[in-house]
Design a protein around this ligand. Structure first.
Ligand code: DGY
Length: 322
């Protein structure tokens, strides 16, 4: 390439990632401390060779039509449901993601949420701050026992496995999992049981979701599934919000159909289903599963590598097009 390729980065990223891109490209970065508006994204995507975008950017067919010369789209996330991958494939545009580097970070956060819900950590913190802790009480803030209980993992990909490992090796839990494929080595190593979705819903004390958002997984936990869960069960979601029917979840919590929920992601992110924020049995976080300095830096470097490889026509390390 004679001239440096032109690249747009849709949000300020860890410095090392930007430096890596800047060394080889003519780079523009979203100057605002917020996601681009649709209009700004439409403008940004024109006249560039490569786009580095986030899960908050909707990369649909209409956007792609604005730049027939786009050579690569590098998503700064492992999930890529924000991108119409088949439209990209039709146009010969490689799409990339950042798998692996955020696995343990997201599993840690899943665990933090699970523990917080089980042992009512957020509620107890608020209670104490409000000056209500007057004396130790045998019935004060009783929660669910985590150690030795049953965990249902829905989706045994990288993050699901990292969560299952914590449960089996660190908390002596019985772990059941639901996935279309089977991982016998992992099953044997950690004593996991492959189960049907129904079995997991009925038998688990904690259920944690680790599936990508696809037409098949959208709304997979709705009213029917919530009713199948134990009344003492807690549901944790650090995958994508739309896997759960949020209204049905809110109702299930209000009706004491389940004991609690921990959410890092939302159906209509960043909006919450009204009422969710008032339920003390639900712990709500602002999509921070991968939010450690280390993981976010590695994600940036990986996205930059993918982008540069795509621009140079080299083999791309993490391509998601089928
Ligand atoms: C992802 O990577 O898909 C997470 O949701 C954000 O890191």
């Amino acid at each position: 390439m004679d001239e440096k390729p032109r690249v747009y980065v849709t949000r300020e990223l860890p410095e090392r990632a930007l430096e890596k891109i800047d060394a080889e490209c003519s780079m523009e970065v979203n100057p605002h401390d917020r996601a681009l508006t649709r209009g700004e994204l439409e403008k940004a995507v024109q006249n560039i060779d490569g786009l580095l975008c986030l899960l908050t950017d909707n990369i649909d067919e209409k956007l792609l039509e604005l730049n027939p010369d786009l050579k690569v789209i590098a998503n700064y996330a492992v999930g890529y449901d924000n991108i119409d991958v088949s439209a990209c494939t039709e146009r010969g545009i490689p799409v990339t993601n950042t798998p692996g580097v955020l696995t343990e970070t997201t599993a840690d956060l899943t665990w933090a949420l699970l523990m917080a819900v089980a042992r009512r950590v957020v509620e107890a913190d608020r209670f104490t701050r409000a000056g209500h802790f007057e004396e130790w009480g045998p019935m004060l803030m009783l929660g669910q026992e985590v150690n030795g209980s049953t965990l249902g993992v829905i989706g045994l990909g990288r993050i699901g496995r990292a969560v299952a490992r914590r449960a089996a090796a660190g908390f002596d839990m019985e772990v059941k999992y639901f996935d279309h494929s089977r991982n016998k080595n992992f099953e044997n190593k950690y004593g996991l049981k492959k189960s049907s979705l129904e079995e997991i819903l009925q038998a688990s004390d904690f259920i944690t979701l680790h599936v990508p958002l696809t037409p098949e997984t959208e709304g997979m936990i709705g009213e029917k599934e919530l009713k199948m869960m134990k009344k003492t069960a807690c549901l944790i979601n650090t995958s994508r919000g739309a896997v759960i029917d949020e209204k049905a979840l809110l109702q299930a919590i209000r009706d004491d159909e389940i004991a609690g929920a921990g959410l890092d992601v939302y159906e209509d992110e960043p909006k919450l289903t009204p009422g969710l924020e008032r339920e003390s049995k639900i712990v709500i976080l602002p999509h921070i599963g991968s939010a450690s300095v280390k993981a976010r830096t590695k994600m940036g470097l990986m996205a930059a590598e993918n982008l540069l490889a795509g621009l140079k026509g080299e083999e791309i390390p993490n391509i998601v097009n089928p």
